[in-house]
Design a protein around this ligand. Sequence first.
Ligand SMILES: [Cu+2]
Length: 86
Amino acid sequence: MLRLRDSSSLASVEAWKRQGASELLAPAPIALKVDAMLPGASIVRRVRLEPGLYVVLCLVPQGRGADGAIVDHAHLGMQQTFVVSP
Ligand SMILES: [Cu+2]
């Protein structure tokens, strides 16, 4: 989960994902990270988030697309933006 500066930051998140989503090159602060889990597993995390815009996404790789770019679960729909209000 990344905390975005504004909605225009989503474009840099998309570019980051296409380049392999290295944690070191994250385009925004990582607000929460969960390592890969086994299918069917679940986890509960309680976090206190500062007000702002966030994107939560799953970066588990699913293969490569026709153009050779990495396809991850986020590309398949496991991505959502949300706002934390003050
Ligand atoms: Cu996933």
